[in-house]
Design a protein around this ligand. Structure first.
Ligand SMILES: [Zn+2]
Ligand SMILES: [Zn+2]
Length: 782
């Protein structure tokens, strides 16, 4: 089938000027037929009956496999796609346990309160008399907390609550811990980076206390599809974990189109060409799909973007003489209130609404599937999210359409020109590093406060990695070493901010309402909440009025301006300790600890079209960060042999660095703001031309380490992204970076490919042949 044969896709291509086809690739994802399995024999009849009454007549095989592992006492992770019924897989063992064993207790943990509330609704709707389920979160009043602790047999909570309230008061929860049979960790792919590393240690604290009270609960984890989910889950809970990742959920056929908006006449920084914004392109597609009668969901980055997309689509409808359809297009800007989410589900499924533009936040807790079309305006950050969003499309027996519209950045460019990176690549690994000393330190203090740490506990908390941290905590007077173990010395409880990256967090306060929106790390505050910054919170837009680093506050007000802001920073880096080194032919590759000094110097305002409005200088303190980095160096003689002039080397290294930072999220679940880079033609510590990429979190969150482990693949992808871009001298789709402190200067796009080829040749990788437009060979014939 060619693109123009597809009923919906063909319509989208009508009226495009010849030679300007945005379609890079089309792929059909076949339907999967229905297969079912029998209920496990241990599932009580009343649970089967309740599930059948709710419409589940028989389970799918992956649900049964996961449930059987759990029931047999083996911790297990189920990692399957959207709408694959993962909740049934953990509900079977957890509800069977409380129905058949009088005293059994179950703990369910979700990354957000809203999800725990959804799970409560789902469990309560079964109407099972023996199940006493209740949520426990920051909003639960004290009297109710007492009831939950004493009577609930299914407690639905979150890791923050476990960390702050339940574990420090474990004696009050003694009988709950003693009877704990299952711990369910839902949406466990959310636990990544620094936050994930903290959660992994909170779970070790939970396991240690359970053991002290005589229980050894089985962990049941549910994850979006991810690379090697068993290894990630096992690192998260610190136990061997069985894996169930073959998805048997039935689904309709899907056509996925990769779409790159054309370059426009506008000019950006250093006169670089700018592509039509993904949001404008998506609005046009939305209008066309609505005219074709397709129920469509568009995913964009911010609420403001969602509104603009819906408004622009309505304007297109009027212009196309289909103004009567305009009331059936809306932006979904409601927050996380359950009623609002249910109302949206109803209007989309009844067809009252035909087109909805929404933020990525919709991923969680909304039950919308079976749509005719899904449009993704920009890569949602991970392949796992991409498939989760795409999974909203597809009705049984009907072909659904998914269009991925590339944003103007190197990662999106790479993806639309490398269909295999979407269709044949395993989704990213969920990276955590429970051995990070900046995470271990506060967590060991919390653990010691809960109960003195023994020699045996040290193994649970990382063994050899924990020992130097304990020595340091003793030296700092926080812990005391006695023959029986390590003791917390203070009367006060230790604190650890598990969602922050260390340091005193900065509170973001909405001045008009006085409400606390959230916190940002002290280390990243100068780059995220500087005066003038547009700050997005759960899709809502605010503008920062004042940042007070000394007292840890940022004052903001709600405002939805027509621009975005990005901080410019200058960075210096020094090697502290090299942990791994590879000396190759004129190229060396390293991994180790570095000290990064960073200063935010200005910010830029950009229109949604990419056009730069202005740049405003900022006076921010220099911040110091000790973290992990991966770096490579080149021999100047080797460079000279390639014909690259030495004067062009700084621009070549700089461009290679930018693009590499843009591409690392292809391999690990980070985004380009989690990492940073430095490149220089002569670095003081290496004495050679060097490119560094470092973790933006104290101690490292595992991203640079992962980058080091996949270096050949990562740099191959970087090279391909640069080569796939048809711009001449570099643009935001390839080597320009929105956070460059040097105003994207100097940048040498061609030089970057020379540098990358040199490194790849030395690494023994095989650089792809120099094809300037891979889409020329696209099977869709564009
Ligand atoms: Zn470019
Ligand atoms: Zn730069």
């Amino acid at each position: 089938m060619t693109a123009s044969d597809h009923p919906l896709l063909g319509g989208l291509l009508v009226g495009r000027p010849p030679g300007e086809s945005p379609l890079c690739h089309v792929r059909q994802v076949p339907a999967r037929p229905l297969t079912t399995d029998d209920w496990p024999s241990w599932v009580p009849a009343e649970l089967q009956a309740a599930l059948a009454a709710g419409g589940v007549d028989s389970p799918w095989p992956h649900q049964v496999q996961a449930a059987e592992h759990a029931w047999a006492g083996e911790s297990v992770v189920i990692a399957t796609g959207t709408a694959s019924g993962k909740s049934l897989a953990y509900q079977l063992p957890m509800l069977s346990a409380v129905l058949t064993e009088d005293r059994a207790r179950v703990l369910y943990l979700a990354p957000t309160k809203a999800l725990a509330a959804d799970q409560l609704r789902s469990v309560s709707s079964l109407g099972l008399a023996g199940v006493r389920a209740a949520t426990l979160d920051g909003d639960t009043p004290q009297e109710e907390r007492d009831w939950v602790r004493q009577h609930a047999n299914v407690v639905l909570s979150n890791p923050d609550m476990l960390h702050r309230t339940v574990l420090p008061q474990h004696a009050r929860w003694a009988s709950f811990f003693r009877r704990l049979r299952f711990v369910v960790i839902d949406e466990c792919h959310h636990y990544r980076g620094m936050f994930g590393s903290h959660v992994s240690l909170v779970l070790r604290r939970l396991r240690r206390l359970c053991a002290a009270y005589g229980s050894s609960p089985v962990f049941v984890l549910a994850s979006a599809t991810s690379a090697d989910p068993g290894a990630s889950a096992s690192r998260l809970v610190g136990l061997p974990v069985a894996t169930v990742d073959e998805d048997f959920a039935p689904r309709g056929e899907r056509t996925v189109a990769l779409w790159e908006p054309p370059l426009t006449a506008s000019r950006g920084e250093n006169s670089a060409p700018v592509r039509r914004a993904a949001g404008s392109e998506a609005a046009r597609l939305l209008a066309d799909l609505v005219i074709a009668g397709a129920r469509t969901l568009v995913f964009v980055r911010s609420r403001r973007g969602a509104e603009l997309t819906a408004l622009t689509a309505k304007r297109h409808l009027v212009e196309a003489g289909a103004g009567e359809l305009s009331p059936r297009v809306a932006a979904y800007r409601a927050g996380f209130l359950a009623e609002e989410r249910r109302a949206l589900e109803r209007s989309l499924s009844s067809g009252e609404l035909l087109g909805v533009a929404t933020t990525n936040a919709l991923e969680l807790g909304v039950d919308i599937t079976g749509l005719d079309a899904v449009v993704l305006a920009g890569y949602p950050g991970t392949l796992a999210s991409l498939w989760q969003q795409a999974g909203r499309a597809g009705r049984r027996g009907k072909d659904a359409l998914v269009v991925f519209v590339a944003r103007d950045d190197p990662l999106d460019t790479y993806l639309v020109h490398h269909p295999e990176s979407i269709f044949a690549r395993p989704v990213e690994a969920t990276v955590t590093d429970p051995t990070n000393p900046y995470v271990l330190g506060p967590q060991l203090c919390c653990a010691a406060y809960e109960d003195a740490l023994t020699e045996a506990d040290v193994a649970l908390f990382g063994g050899a990695d924990a020992e130097p941290v304990l020595v340091e905590l003793v030296e700092r007077g926080l812990l005391r070493r006695r023959p029986t173990g390590w003791y917390w010395t203070d009367r006060e409880r230790p604190t650890a901010d598990i969602r922050g990256g260390g340091g005193q967090p900065v509170a973001v306060v909405d001045t008009p309402s006085g409400s606390l929106l959230g916190t940002v790390d002290a280390a990243t505050a100068p780059a995220t909440v500087y005066p003038g910054a547009v700050y997005l919170h759960q899709g809502r837009s605010f503008v920062v009025d004042q940042l007070d680093l000394e007292h840890g506050s940022a004052l903001v007000h709600p405002e939805e301006p027509d621009w975005t802001t990005s901080a410019r920073e200058i960075t210096d880096i020094a090697v502290v300790r090299t942990l791994r080194t590879e000396l190759l032919n004129g190229v060396s590759v390293h991994f180790g600890s570095v000290q990064v000094s960073n200063q935010v110097v200005s910010y830029q305002r950009r229109r949604f079209s990419g056009e730069i409005l202005d740049e405003t200088p900022l006076d921010m303190p220099v911040s110091e960060l000790v973290t992990k980095a991966v770096w490579y160096t080149l021999d100047e003689l080797l460079v000279a042999d390639t014909g690259l002039e030495l004067v062009d080397l700084p621009g070549a290294l700089h461009a290679a660095e930018h693009a590499a930072i843009g591409l690392l999220p292809l391999f690990a679940t980070c985004d380009r703001w989690d990492i940073g880079g430095v490149s220089t033609a002569q670095h003081a510590d290496t004495g050679r031309p060097t490119v560094f990429v470092y973790d933006g979190h104290p101690g490292g969150a595992g991203f640079a380490a992962h980058g080091h482990s996949v270096l050949p693949d990562w740099l191959t992808a970087t090279l391909s992204a640069i080569e796939a871009c048809e711009c001449r001298g570099g643009c935001p789709s390839c080597v320009q970076s929105p956070k460059c402190g040097n105003g994207n200067n100097p940048l040498d796009k061609d030089g970057a490919t020379v540098v990358l080829r040199l490194v790849l040749a030395a690494l023994g990788g095989r650089p792809t042949p120099n094809t300037n437009r891979p889409s020329a060979t696209c099977p869709a014939g564009c």
